[in-house]
Design a protein around this ligand. Sequence first.
Ligand SMILES: C=Cc1ccc(O)cc1
Length: 178
Amino acid sequence: MTKTFKTLADFVGTHFVYTYDNGWEYEWYAKNDHTVDYRIHGGMVAGRWVKDQEADIVMLTEGVYKITWTEPTGTDVALDFMPNEQKLHGTIFFPKWVEEHPEITVTFQNEHIDEMEAAREKYETYPKLVVPEFAKITYMGDAGIDNEDVIAEAPYAGMPADIREGRYFDADYRRIVR
Ligand SMILES: C=Cc1ccc(O)cc1
């Protein structure tokens, strides 16, 4: 993708893959102006994937976007995208229980909301683990609004490479199912 991001509309509908400087690899989709989907390929909670997370999505200044949300796990997230510079800054605020039992969250969360809410009551919240990191964007795609094909299956080894190298989506941004 070679476009220059100027407006909020330029950003909404964009699909990203990026790697944080700590090595964690994430995939994230601005599904519409208040909803995000994502998949985690590397790091403390690799294997986790989420659809239809409500989020606040704003443009701070031309081409710079801030996204914030709080999850059923109690994890809070703030992302600042600078797509024209192929980078972002993300801060993840993990409750203590996610740091101690990350495996509970490594699933398709949408089918396990009750378990996330039960775990956040059962285990400790504090002290939180704060992870602030810059990331390099390794892929950007114009997926359009409300494209359910973008984040539609669990992550697998090699998926980010398949996406980057054009093997995962067809010309209409539909998933190529093998
Ligand atoms: C915890 C979710 C999450 C999603 C995307 C991202 O870049 C950081 C955290």
